[in-house]
Design a protein around this ligand. Sequence first.
Ligand SMILES: [Ca+2]
Ligand SMILES: [Ca+2]
Length: 244
Amino acid sequence: MKKSNFVGMAVVAVCAVPGLASANLLLNGNLDVTYQQEIVPNFFLPKPADWVNDGFRSTTGAYEDEMSSEPWAGPAPTPVTTGGVAGDDWAVFLKPFSGTATNQATGHLHQTVAGTAGSNYTFSGWAGGESNALMQDALFAIDFFDGSNNLISSAELSILPTLVTANGQAFNYKFYSLTSAAPVGTANVRARISMINAIPNPAGGGQAFVIDDFSLTADAVPEPATMTIFALGAAITLRRRSKK
Ligand SMILES: [Ca+2]
Ligand SMILES: [Ca+2]
């Protein structure tokens, strides 16, 4: 006589896909891919692809020379990447000195992705300032929009208090990060870096404000059914042979 016993073994893995949880939602987060933007008639400078930039002066309004893409601002201490046209590492150079004392310069660089209410969004990246850069504020921000593209709320981190603090690194580069939960009604999430009301430094000297290597990530919405992965292990067949 033969008996067969099947022992099913269920293997439970919780949050077993960390790669998905931390995926960068931004395109061209390392700013290496650029396009040519006409700054003034017949004069072009590179700007980062997949991002939107808005520049305006407080008195005279919109202009295009508030920022441009530059390869000299991309290398270490920021992550060294090779996505540029020459396999090089590009970054964005914001220009506080493009304003004047009475016509101050504001620039925003931003990218918008589809969002989910209740998720925690983390926006991280690198920013640095030369010691004589002058501006009212410098921000990392996450803006939340509803399905009609109305702004619901913004989370802002002022990086100005430490932007130009000397740390021995190129351009005094530092890593910054902020996290905010998407409010009810969120349909789109915008990652934004802003230079607010900047002016030239009468003393001259280095006044660059540079940024590179951004990520926007979202934690999974807490829902047990999607937080747990059940993997059914191979059924183990045990055969017992009875002695004759
Ligand atoms: Ca870099
Ligand atoms: Ca870069």
